[in-house]
Design a protein. Sequence first.
Length: 199
Amino acid sequence: MADLLDEADARFRALQSYRATLHSVGRNGDRQVVHYFYRKPGWVRIDCVEPHRGAVLIYDPGARKLRLWSFGLGFGWGFGFAPLSLAPDNPLVRSPRGHTIDRSDVGALFENLQALRAGGSYTPIDAGTIAGEPALGFEVAGAAGVVVAGVHRNLVWLAQDTLFPRRVDSFDGADELVETVELVDADLDVDFPERFFAP
């Protein structure tokens, strides 16, 4: 019988695209706010709000490259500035917690959760609310000593109606909070403009 993680994973695999605003807070209080856009088979666009307001990153899964506009799309074209073209694991564009743009989508989250659960544990959490909206939750923990992408245990809250992630708390092998990520204003199966990922 499928559990909540399997059901949420299956629903994500049926999606073609989504957009959401991500708010993340790391263990040192460092904050990030981005508008995040995703379209299969792996296109990602990130419009930064905090701390690098105006920066835009677009990942092309076919070329396995990302382009970075430090000051926004179109800035400086008349002055000879072109976007930087970088590998997805370039230190310049990795998050403070080591995340790379090619492994930043909800599908990658579910893959990591499934890897932690294999040999580890899965525990449902009583229904609750996130930002005033009904949510369902579960905890996934790796087996002793198992860490996936720097995480040993996750608390995950999903929107009750869509099973799309709303909040994820990640803990390291010492059970210290690594990061809290909240996804707000999620919109699923978005019909993006033709050039949205290739301006």
